[in-house]
Design a protein around this ligand. Structure first.
Ligand SMILES: *Cc1c(COP(=O)(O)O)cnc(C)c1O
Length: 349
């Protein structure tokens, strides 16, 4: 088989959800964020395994993603949409029982006119300046919207992956000020906020990346293994070069493996000459440029070249690979290609 295999450990996802759930008090609900195709791992399988772990509330970025989650989970679980009620969303929200998190007065008016009586939540901006109602707008709309009984009032922290960043406490204060006396359930914490401590938990925490083994949940169990098949191996003389632009030149007699997987599969080009693959316990440097479908690896020091090399596995998780490429684990995960064969292990009910 020419395509690489992405193995997803459902038991690890369950363990990560339960560990974050255990970090919160019993009265705090632990939800699950499954946007961007379940952080690249396959939204249907990921949502189902998280439901089995115990999650009852799910969050997506846009309504179309919510439809996929509803199809995977059936009726029952709550599915909320961060982008709120956009033009064209009305039928999707209604037909698939999705809850928009209203971000502005404009969205609130659209929701009232398009779906009167349909549940909604509210997103407040407490300082990230990305999504949500600003304090003045909220002060103006609050009486009306609270009278309608929102399902959730939430905000998002900009710096939760940096525990001692002053903005965490500032946003917490702003959220408390903006929601004083409110009886609706409240939420500010994603993965980072969940790990900041119970004062950030309120009624519901909404981790995403930590469920899939990424920082800032450093104690997470690794979820993904990515094995790239070796297509061919060749011997090089000193002075011969490898790949586009001839950016790597053999300094010794070398053995080079060409493996299946490239930037079209999310192995971003910034990994050129920087990342490491693994043959079991032996590291093998990625050499030359990443091309669309292929990468090249120095396997000179291996006694025997295996049928495939791992780029994600026990020796290198998403964050380590991200560091080699100058990015973050989130981007490594969500870039994982559509071409991979996704294989799900564990997760027996
Ligand atoms: C993506 C997102 C989350 C989940 O964030 P993680 O850092 O992946 O845990 C939570 N809330 C909002 C508003 C988001 O956009």
């Amino acid at each position: 088989m020419g395509t690489a295999t992405l193995t997803i450990d459902r038991d690890a996802i369950i363990a990560n959800w339960r560990a974050l759930d255990a970090a919160t008090d019993p009265q705090t609900e632990t939800a699950a964020v499954v946007k961007a195709d379940g952080y690249g791992l396959g939204v249907a399988e990921v949502a189902q395994v998280l439901a089995r772990a115990g999650a009852r509330s799910f969050f997506v970025a846009v309504a179309e993603e919510g439809v996929a989650v509803r199809r995977a989970l059936g009726v029952g679980p709550t599915i909320s949409v961060f982008s709120g009620h956009m033009v064209g969303d009305t039928e999707l929200l209604r037909d698939h029982d999705l809850i928009p998190l209203l971000n502005s007065g404009e969205q609130a008016a659209r929701h009232r006119d398009g779906l009167p009586g349909h549940p909604f939540g509210i997103q407040l901006d407490t300082g990230m300046n990305r999504l949500g109602m600003e304090p003045e707008e909220w002060a103006y709309l609050r009486g009306w919207l609270l009278g309608e009984g929102p399902t959730l009032i939430m905000s998002h922290l900009a710096c939760a992956d940096t525990p001692d960043h002053a903005q965490n406490a500032a946003q917490l204060r702003a959220f408390r000020d903006m929601t004083e006396g409110v009886s609706a359930p409240r939420s500010v914490a994603a993965t980072g906020g969940t790990l900041l401590g119970t004062e950030y938990h309120f009624d519901l925490v909404r981790p995403g990346v930590g469920l899939y083994g990424g920082a800032p949940f450093y104690d997470a169990q690794p979820v993904v293994t990515l094995s790239l098949p070796v297509i061919q191996v060749r011997d090089l003389n000193p002075g011969e070069s490898v790949g586009y632009g001839a950016t790597w030149v053999a300094g010794r007699a070398s053995k080079v493996a060409t493996v299946s997987g490239g930037y079209a599969d999310g192995l971003i080009r910034a990994k050129s000459n920087r990342a490491t693959l693994w043959a079991g316990d032996t590291p093998c440097p990625l050499i030359g440029r990443v091309s669309m479908d292929l990468i090249t690896v120095d396997v000179t020091d291996l006694d025997e070249v295996p049928a495939s090399l791992d780029i994600l596995g026990p020796h290198q998780g998403v964050d380590m690979l991200a560091e080699a490429a100058g990015t973050i684990g989130y981007e490594i995960l969500t870039a994982l290609g559509a071409r991979y064969h996704r294989r799900y292990i564990g997760g027996a009910p």
